[in-house]
Design a binder for this molecule. Structure first.
Ligand code: SAM
Ligand code: SF4
Ligand code: SF4
Length: 337
């Protein structure tokens, strides 16, 4: 089994299919002007399918397509159809902002997509517009209901909580998800990338999120959902639904992190907070064999020592503190959330 320097196996692959996005979420990529990847540099679907197959042979069982906004990439259903055929792949999922889901979900489901994660941080149309700068809540809701009508299951909702911005949306989101049968996971606001002007005071810790929900809708804990999954799940005491919180800031899970990331331009990235990746595209386009590409992936994974969130937690608790601006990172939009 392929393991990194801390004995963590490679299990999940997040593939960013594009760095482009039709939203400009304030917590992710608020900049209107940004240097996008050159189109020639973006991996073709054939290149992605080839690399994905090699990752699965090395131990990956779960692939998530992400971005940027993955549905902004033309004909994504054809990539889903190809990836669905990979022998040994147990789970293929998509994380999307949902804005283009209603128009594409039928083709995606036909291609083999079984489930989807949709990001939605508020149910207030005006606030939604403010948080995403370009998004339309109605379109995202239409996408969610279209996905449900298409039979995708489970449909998970991701909500980043930013203090003073949408912490008052926690209860409305929880009630909405419960009523509609969607699985909701709140995400602590992270210092990903460099563009979002993150500060510690904007983080609403998991504990506070759960207390807020519990005061309104009593909860009981039923443990971490899949061993290595980062979201510890709770269920409502009345038996009607579940909720999770991904606590990357206050309860980092680096010791169980089995995720590799492939950027849209073909770099292998071993941590969400990395500054650079390892160029697989050069090998692919330089005529390397499958064996040579697999050897490169294995070498990078074996040398992996990433544990950024653990280290940040220690720094936050230390006398000198943690200053996000001191650490340059790849933008989340380019490496895949
Ligand atoms: N565009 C798609 C979407 O929004 O779902 C996929 C890419 S997005 C980068 C993936 C996930 O990262 C989304 O659920 C988003 O909410 C989350 N995300 C972005 N910036 C974040 C931040 N600063 N802290 C925590 N999560 C963040
Ligand atoms: Fe928002 Fe996702 Fe686009 Fe980032 S990639 S700006 S989270 S929609
Ligand atoms: Fe994994 Fe890096 Fe996140 Fe830690 S900080 S959980 S190593 S991606």
């Amino acid at each position: 089994m392929l393991q990194d320097a801390f004995d963590r196996p490679i299990r999940d692959l997040r593939i960013s299919v594009t760095d482009r996005c039709n939203f400009r979420c304030t917590y992710c990529m608020p900049l209107d002007e940004y240097v996008w990847m050159d189109k020639q540099e973006i991996l073709t679907f054939s290149e992605i399918a080839r690399i994905a197959t090699l990752f699965v042979r090395l131990g990956v069982s779960k692939i998530r397509l992400t971005g940027g906004e993955p549905l902004a990439r033309k004909d994504l259903n054809t990539l889903i159809a190809r990836l669905s055929l990979i022998c040994g792949l147990e789970d293929l999922c998509l994380t999307t902002n949902g804005s283009l889901l209603a128009e594409q979900v039928e083709a995606l489901a036909r291609a083999g997509l079984k489930r989807v994660n949709v990001s939605i941080d508020t149910l207030d149309p005006e606030k939604f517009r403010r948080m995403t700068k370009r998004g339309n809540l109605e379109q995202v809701l239409a996408g969610l209901f279209a996905a449900r009508a298409q039979g995708l299951h489970p449909i998970k909702l991701n909500a980043v909580v930013e203090r003073g911005v949408n912490d008052d949306d926690i209860i409305p989101l929880a009630e909405f998800a419960r009523k509609q049968g969607f699985q909701l996971r709140f995400i602590e606001y992270m210092d990903v990338g460099n563009a979002n002007n993150w500060v510690t005071s904007k983080v609403v810790p998991k504990k506070e999120i759960l207390q807020k929900i519990h005061a309104h809708l009593p909860l009981e804990k039923f443990g971490s959902n899949q061993g290595h999954a980062p979201s510890v799940d709770y269920r409502y005491a009345d038996g009607n639904g579940e909720v999770g919180v991904i606590a990357s800031m206050t309860k980092p899970f680096c010791s169980n992190c089995t995720r590799a990331r492939l950027t849209a331009d073909g770099r292998l990235v071993t941590c969400l907070f990395s500054l650079r990746g390892h160029d697989l595209k050069a090998l692919l386009r330089g005529g390397a064999t499958d064996g040579e590409i697999s050897a490169m992936i294995s070498k990078v994974w074996r040398a992996r020592t990433d544990r950024y969130s653990d280290q940040r937690r220690k720094a936050i608790n230390s006398d000198s503190g943690y200053h996000a601006g001191d650490h340059r990172k790849l933008e989340m939009i380019s490496l895949g959330g």
